[in-house]
Structure formats: C-alpha cells, structure tokens
Design a protein around this ligand. Structure first.
Ligand SMILES: Cc1ncc(COP(=O)(O)O)c(C=O)c1O
Length: 491
C-alpha cells in the first residue's frame, strides 16, 4: 500500500483473519501495527470506530477493542472519547522498548555466529544428568550425605557471621576456608602451600576456564591425556588452544611422546592420582619427567586431583605439586564430588607468581564464590565432619566398587573387561570385546534407564578403544547389582 494512503483505502486488507492462525485480536493488532510502522496508515489518519470496524470485518466488537487497546498502550494510536482513534504522530509512534521499525513480514535470517559463539556448539561437553541414574560416572552417594550436619554448619555460620555474609566477599575466597583447604591438602595430599596460594572457585570447570583465559594464547599447544577428560578438552579447545593428545600407558602420561610431538607446549593437563577415564596412577618416574619437561620448557602443569580422596586399599602417591620446586604446577581439587555436585565449591592451589593474576581473573569473570557456602564448608571441615564423611564414603564406595567388579566378573567377563590398576576413584572403565560399538551400546543401555558413558568419545585421535565408563558410587549396592545385570543383558 502506498505511503500516505487514507485509512479507508487500507481497510480491505484487514479482511480474511482466520481462527486457525491464532487469536483474531492478535492478528488484527499485528496488521494494524505493521501498517502504522511502515507508513501504510499515515500519522493523524482517522480509523473507524471499533463498532464500525467490527461490523465491516465481521468480527466481535470486543476483538477490535482488544487490538486497539494494545496499539494505544504501545503509543501507536491515540484514542479520544467520542471522537474515535487516530494514528499517533511519528515521534509518539515509536516501537516500544526501542525496537527498530518493522520493514516487512519477510522472516529475519538467524544471526551468523562466529569464533567462540560458533565453537561452543561444536564442543563435546561432559553431560551431567539431573536425575540419579545407575552407572553415572563420578556421582557421589547423595542418600548417605549427612544433611543435618551440613544444615547445622549453614545455620551456625549464618547466625554467627550475620550481615557480614551478605556483603561482597573476597575474590580469592573466605579466609577460614582457604586456611582449612591449605591444611587439608598438606596433610592428605602432601601439597606444599600457604593459605594465600589457595583460590576458591565454584568447580574444577571454573578453575580450568581461568587457567585457559590466563595462561593460554590462541594457538598455544596443550598436552592432554589420550583418552582424557572431556571438560578439560572442551575448555582448552574453546579458548583456541592447539590440542595435543598424549597417550597414556600403564604408567600414565607418556611424557616422551609429548616431548617429541610438541616440546614447546604451554601447558599439560593431567589426572595423575586416578587417570580419567582409564583409572591408572601415574608412576613416580613419569611425574618427575613431566615436571622436568615443564621446568625446562617454561610450561605449566595442571594437576586435576578430582577424586583422590577415594583410595580403597593401597596408599595414594602424594600430589605432584609437592614435588615441584620450580613453581610450575597448578593443583586443582573439588568438593563437588566428595560432598555433593550442587555445592559448587572447588579450589586451585597456585604458584606464588600466579596468585594475584588469578585473583583478578576470578574477580573479573565471577566476582567471588558465595560466602555462606564457603563459611559453612570451613565450619564442616573444622569440626571434623568432612574427614569423617570421606572415611565413611571410602567404606561405602569400596563395597560398591566390589559389587560392580563382582557383577562384571560373573555376568559379563567375556564381553566387558575392567581396565586400570588403581583401586580408587568413583568409576571403573571396561573395554568391549570384539567390534561392538560403544556409542550404540550406551544408547541401548539408556533406554533401560542406565547411564554408562562410551569410552571411545574420550579419545581425540583416530585410535580409539571401545568400552564403557561405569560409575559405581551414586547408587546403593543392591540397585547397582541390578544395574550390572541389566547392562550385561543389553545387546
Ligand atoms: C577428571 C575430572 N575432573 C573434574 C571433574 C568435575 O569436577 P567439578 O564438578 O568440580 O567441575 C570431573 C567430573 O566427573 C572429572 O571427571
């Protein structure tokens, strides 16, 4: 319709509103709105009364009234009692909320996403189910968590700290928690640090994200264990790093292989206590070789000690951080597995030189982690509840682990073979005999309500072992036995 035409010459185009296309008042409103915004209905043009327009279009008066009321509310129409409605002047008839003018009804193409926005949808992320399912890797025994003790820690801290907990907190973390973490990792893992080197974060994932933002430039090479943890792979890839898969054998990361492929890498990410997903412990010579390379290359080593609390018979090797004299290791631990996943509390133990840059990066990206949760966690630790909980879970998980292994031996020994030598962790990986496809097998198991993960997706390169990653910690022993039997029968 040409600009400036009279309203009455425009009205025929309002015919033909149909119920199938949604509420009639909405359709009428949209057509009038578009006509006003594109100049089809000129400013100051007078519209028929609602009664006359309703008759003309064969609509109820109420329908027309609703459409006019909406246009009036948006400033597109001026309504005057007794003298009808006129199209508002352009300065008033601006679309609400600063929206731009509607030029036509043509569908708007979706925006083209580039760089990080595009890459994020291409990454394989670790999946965490909202429900508790049998065989989910690394899920704690939530039914055995001492909720009433935790509630008391929250209440006690809420009461004693009062309004202090409601203000902004220290970016690096709640001091009593930083102190409690420093003494805990020193005693249990041989980590050498002062409390100022401890940065409280919400998860291992956040720790890795901060590492990527601060220590990596676009195109920097990063050694990753092959196979390895998807959360680390995704975050470093997202940051634009060049990922170098370094194979893992019985002794852990093959350092020599890494040196031959990318001697100048900026960073190596490792899970030395209980390699994820294969469940091996990195030997002392390999740890020393990795530290030696890092020192000579000026590279960083990220030691992810995500479930080192759970060692069932043998004594764990101390953390690599305690062997590092050159300040190249960043040690990461998490409470989200030992306590419960929605807690969102983890920590980074940093070399001195990195403390201030990391504190600033945490401030910039997230402010700080919630003080009440941190204060409650410190309280829980100081009162000995945390160590008692770990001790209890160790007993429980040892029993569940044995139930899983026993079930596999009895029901699927030919088909599903456990790998990894360490009697530790919250999961066991098994390899599949023959040429069975693990991704398809996992999809079939999911239909039976089971949640194992395919081993092959944890590889970056083309040589992939097929298998399953099986969690044993999250469900009770009887349910776990049933789950193993169900898994063994999935074909
Ligand atoms: C190797 C590894 N690191 C870290 C995590 C997760 O820790 P968070 O929940 O603190 O990010 C997991 C979870 O399964 C893991 O397997």
């Amino acid at each position: 319709m040409p600009r400036g035409a009279s309203p009455s010459s425009f009205l025929p185009s309002l015919q033909g509103l149909r119920h199938e296309q949604g509420p009639l008042h909405r359709q009428l409103y949209e057509r009038l709105r578009e006509a006003i915004l594109t100049g089809g209905l000129p400013p100051r043009g007078r519209l028929p009364s609602t009664r006359a327009l309703a008759e003309r279009l064969g609509l109820s008066r109420n329908t027309v009234e609703q459409a006019f009321a909406q246009l009036d509310a948006e400033g597109l129409l001026e309504r005057r009692v007794g003298s009808g409605s006129v199209v508002a002047l352009p300065e008033r008839a601006r679309p609400p909320h600063g929206a731009t003018r509607v030029a036509s009804r043509r569908p708007v193409p979706p925006p083209v996403l580039k760089g990080r926005a595009r890459r994020v949808s291409e990454l394989l992320l670790p999946e965490q189910p909202a429900d508790l399912l049998p065989l989910t890797p690394c899920m704690p025994a939530l039914e055995a968590f001492p909720l009433s003790l935790w509630r008391r820690s929250l209440q006690r801290q809420g009461r004693s700290q009062g309004a202090r907990l409601l203000a902004y907190g220290d970016e690096a973390g709640w001091r009593p928690l930083r102190e409690a973490v420093a003494s805990y990792v020193a005693a249990s893992r041989g980590v050498r640090c002062g409390w100022r080197q401890v940065l409280i974060v919400s998860s291992t994932q956040q720790a890795l994200d901060l590492v990527a933002r601060l220590l990596l430039e676009d195109g920097d090479a990063v050694w990753l264990e092959e196979p390895g943890y998807l959360g680390a792979r995704a975050v470093f890839s997202w940051a634009g790093a060049r990922l170098i898969p370094v194979p893992v054998d019985d002794e852990g990361l093959c350092v020599e292989h890494g040196v031959s492929r990318a001697p100048d890498a900026r960073l190596a990410y490792v899970t030395p206590s209980y390699q994820y997903p294969l469940g091996l412990t990195m030997s002392l010579p390999r740890r020393l070789a990795l530290l030696d390379w890092a020192r000579r290359a000026g590279a960083w080593v990220v030691e992810d000690d995500y479930d080192s609390e759970f060692r069932y018979t043998s004594r764990p090797l101390s953390a690599m951080q305690g062997l590092d004299d050159a300040g190249r290791v960043l040690y990461v631990g998490t409470f989200n597995k030992v306590m419960f996943p929605s807690l969102r509390l983890a920590y980074l133990v940093l070399p001195e030189a990195l403390v201030e840059p990391f504190r600033r990066a945490k401030a910039l990206t997230d402010g700080h982690t919630a003080p009440l949760t941190q204060a409650a966690m410190a309280d829980f630790m100081e009162r000995g509840h945390f160590t008692a909980h770990v001790r209890r879970m160790r007993g429980l998980y040892a029993e569940r682990r044995e139930a899983l292994l026993e079930g596999l031996r009895r029901l699927a020994s030919e088909r599903l073979r456990p790998v990894g030598s360490a009697d530790a962790g919250m999961h066991v990986s098994v390899t599949l005999a023959g040429r069975e496809d693990d991704v398809a097998l996992v999809a079939r198991a999911a239909r039976r309500g089971l949640d194992p993960r395919p081993l092959s997706i944890h590889y970056l390169g083309p040589r992939r072992t097929r298998g399953l990653v099986l969690g044993f910690s999250g469900v009770e022993t009887a349910a776990l036995r049933t789950a193993v039997a169900a898994l063994a029968s999935v074909r």
